[in-house]
Design a protein around this ligand. Structure first.
Ligand SMILES: NC(=O)c1ccc[n+]([C@@H]2O[C@H](COP(=O)([O-])OP(=O)(O)OC[C@H]3O[C@@H](n4cnc5c(N)ncnc54)[C@H](OP(=O)(O)O)[C@@H]3O)[C@@H](O)[C@H]2O)c1
Length: 282
């Protein structure tokens, strides 16, 4: 039985993939940062434990808990837990940007480094990073999230070269829009951390507020948004293939923007991306 630790299993992609991997025979360590979610997942039959990526002790405790059940082995790690901090770049305080990086990059990095030690000892391993199309291209008001995912891409590309020949493989999954609680959680982070009044972007923020609030009650009929099952397929390929890919694109927008980035000059790509954000924020 293959073992895998998954972060961010309370909802969305992590929740779906943890359940499906368990069903297909993996020994899944489903982690989530809130105790109430741990209890809920345990009741649903998942082997769950608390792991908060912004807390080193919690990372150590969760790893210890998992390794105790496997005699110190861990075949795979799915770095999935993350959140989006919306807000114009000039309105991001140092603390807010740091929080974004604490979860999306530093915690993920710490868990990865500690897992690599285990994988090097056992002589094999798979690490799968759930990045984003926003790790490839940028959108207005997504600067903090963009920066965290671009940093994850950079660290992962370097790591892949450093792990070459070690029998430890690292892959990036690049989802576009996926149905999950991501937008609701981003809305919470926006309300908590961004001061609307007095910002040069106040009018846009008010429109964003209205849009995000609306999305909580209405499921947007967006033909490009896929269910979390769209991530499971590349995840399984990255876990099981003899030759896992460096990058897996998921959803049409990811394929499209990755291609446009390669062929268009910056000025044209910026124009398209600004139009996409403006349309979204109307
Ligand atoms: N949905 C999309 O459109 C989309 C597109 C591209 C990439 N992604 C990526 O997909 C991954 C999963 O997101 P999702 O779409 O499934 O959204 P989601 O439903 O909001 O799930 C995100 C998960 O990350 C967890 N998380 C947040 N902060 C954490 C922390 N400090 N420590 C540990 N876990 C933490 C959340 O836990 P709480 O419930 O406790 O907040 C939740 O379990 C993320 O890496 C995201 O960047 C999503």
């Amino acid at each position: 039985m293959k073992t895998i630790l998954v972060t961010g299993c309370s909802s969305g992609i992590g929740y779906y993939c943890a359940k499906e991997l368990q069903k297909s025979g993996y020994q899944v360590f489903a982690t989530t940062r809130n105790d109430t979610d741990v209890t809920r997942l345990q009741k649903e039959g998942l082997n769950a434990y608390r792991l908060d990526l912004s807390d080193s002790k919690s990372i150590d405790d969760a790893l210890k808990w998992a390794l105790k059940q496997t005699n110190g082995k861990l075949d795979a790690l799915f770095n999935n837990g993350a959140y989006g901090q919306p807000g114009a770049v000039e309105d991001l305080s140092r603390d807010v940007l740091r929080q974004q990086f604490e979860t999306n990059l530093f915690g993920t990095h710490e868990l990865t480094s500690k897992s690599i030690r285990i994988m090097r000892n056992q002589g094999h391993g798979r690490i799968i990073q759930n990045s984003s199309v926003l790790g490839l291209i940028t959108l207005k008001y997504r600067g903090a999230y963009n920066a965290s995912k671009f940093a994850l891409e950079g660290l992962t590309d370097t790591l892949r070269q450093e792990l070459h020949g070690s029998n430890i493989f690292v892959s990036l999954i690049e989802p576009g829009p996926i149905e999950s609680l991501f937008r609701q959680n981003a809305h919470k982070a926006f309300k908590q951390n961004i001061t609307i009044e007095g910002s040069a972007h106040q009018q846009v923020y008010e429109a964003v507020e209205r849009r995000l609030a609306k999305q909580q009650t209405e499921r947007k009929q967006d033909p490009f948004t896929l269910g979390p099952e769209a991530v499971l397929k590349p995840l399984i390929h990255a876990l099981e293939s003899q030759k896992p890919k460096a990058r897996y694109y998921v959803t049409f927008p990811t394929w499209l923007f990755a291609a446009l980035k390669r062929i268009l000059p910056n000025i044209v790509l910026d124009w398209i991306l600004m139009k996409v954000s403006d349309d979204e924020n109307k």
